[in-house]
Design a protein around this ligand. Sequence first.
Ligand code: PLP
Length: 372
Amino acid sequence: MNLETIAARASHYLDPTTGAILAPIQPSTTFERDVGGGYPTGNVYSRVGNPTRQQLEAVLASLEGGDVCAAFSSGSAATATVFQSLSAGDHVVVAEDCYHGTANIIRDIFARWSLEATFVDATDLEQVRSSIRPNTKLVWLETPSNPMLKITDIAATADIAHAAGALCVCDNTWATPMLQRPLDLGADLVVHSTTKYLGGHSDVLSGAVIANQDSEAFNKIREIQGTYGAVPSAFDSWLVLRGIRTLHLRMRAHCENAGQIARFLSDHPKVEAVHYPGLPSHAGHAIASEQMKDYGGMLSLQVVGGAEAALQVAAKLNLFTRATSLGGTESLIEHRASIEGPGTTTPDNLLRMSVGIENVGDLLDDLSQALG
Ligand SMILES: *Cc1c(COP(=O)(O)O)cnc(C)c1O
């Protein structure tokens, strides 16, 4: 089935008892056992499995072309679970331009449990290859990256990981399966913050891990999910399913608007640099064109005049709300260096934009007046 059809029919289900065309939200924490002590429906207890969550997991797996999915209460819970599935003394290679929360999870939490990590410029395959150690178990990618929109060649990186007997994991939050399917390109696990484009309306926090087959790595993730219970509620699962029903249409609009804004900004005298993989001048444009169907709704710009000038532009905008996060229908803008804090390598004149699905003329007018 095509992705648009899978998305549009997410949560569609014919209820034989009521004739309803949507699956109900199932809040029950527990399920009746039969007289012999068995579980006739397969449902036991909602930490381990809940019908609404399972429906979300099935839709996410099919969108990513995978077989199995574990849904979590946030993207960060999904990320932490992947690292938790490793052992003390294991080594991971991580793209240095990954989501700062992912780097914090590795540096601040898992380092205490003796997980070794090397952060690399993942766009440089030689650096990835030379960082591999005998105990390397996982290579973590995020492409396009945050907030520099760097593009990593997923297939080539997966080859390097596999040659070392390691897993290749790709955080696909920014591209979504509508634009990029890492499992098809050789990745072993896909991670999502479904808080972003999949939920799509800035109203639900959740995450997921998807795998190609019922692999040993995925089984550990499933076990941690059910044992720790960092799972989305039935209502949150339903909200993500509801968001997914328009994912294909929203992504088309996000890409269209972001492309026009990127072109506008790259011609503007007050803009020092625009980072958007859809621009032919972008260093990752050729790889992005091969591994993505379109270039996404995220872009970063560097403003002439430093941090002060960048903050002033953000302050003057009316249609771009100054807020973190991304992937909702509304446009957001953020000065990244200040949220990432001390030690960040993000340029201090950089603003990251989550381009929404408003009328693009309105967004361009707003940018025009703010840049002056
Ligand atoms: C937001 C985000 C996360 C973290 O997800 P939460 O749902 O906020 O925990 C991870 N990766 C990327 C790329 C993100 O944008």
